[in-house]
Design a protein around this ligand. Structure first.
Ligand code: HEC
Length: 175
């Protein structure tokens, strides 16, 4: 049997060596795994990694810095009359600004103008002019906050109206 080549072991013998090395590796890893599973060996300070799945959040509904500022300004200056995001707690005559109101029917320039300069009320004392209390960027922050209460469709529609209204204003100014 393979007498002319004494240095060469038959193939099946080499395989059996590989197999025994392999089975050792398998049993060592089984011991390591068992030790890990028993739990007691894990020091309590070791953070156990958890798999984090990204929550399905609509980016438009995520409050940015401006919306957070807007939220504070809204509670301080508007909520007493217009109520909260559910329309609760307001005063009669002041419309709600959420998705059940009609604030979203109006372009940005108009909304900003009403907050700064006031709006005549029909059967109500009207909307007071707040231009001496709030700056334009503050009014923008409040409007950004109010927009977080609207549906995606309302936001899209209002963004479209705002753009077209602004175009019309720009054209008027060029005349
Ligand atoms: C003293 C009460 C009062 C306060 C404070 C007030 N509003 Fe008003 N607001 C009203 C009333 C009343 C109306 C309705 C006017 C009318 O009949 O058209 C109104 C109307 C509006 C409108 C027009 C809505 C629409 O669809 O016609 C906007 C926008 C508005 N307010 C935003 C604000 C914001 C933003 C603030 C805070 C910065 C604010 N208001 C603070 C009473 C108030």
């Amino acid at each position: 049997m393979l007498l002319g080549q004494p240095n060469l072991r038959p193939t099946y013998m080499r395989w059996s060596i590989y197999r025994s090395i392999f089975s050792h590796i398998v049993s060592i890893s089984a011991i390591v795994a068992l030790a890990a599973c028993s739990g007691t060996e894990i020091p309590s300070s070791t953070p156990i990694p958890t798999i984090q799945t990204a929550p399905a959040v609509d980016p438009a509904s995520m409050p940015g810095k401006e919306a957070i500022e807007g939220s504070d300004l809204y509670s301080a200056n508007c909520q007493v009359c217009h109520g909260d995001s559910n329309g609760a707690g307001g005063r009669g005559g002041a419309p709600v600004h959420n998705d059940r109101g009609h604030t979203w029917h109006h372009p940005d320039a108009q909304l900003q103008g009403w907050v700064l300069n006031g709006k005549l009320g029909f059967g109500s004392p009207g909307m007071p002019a707040l231009g001496d209390k709030l700056t334009e960027p503050e009014v923008d922050a409040i409007l950004t906050f109010i927009k977080s209460w609207w549906t995606n469709e309302q936001r899209d529609s209002q963004a479209d109206i705002s753009e077209r209204y602004q175009d019309a204003l720009d054209k008027q100014q060029k005349r």
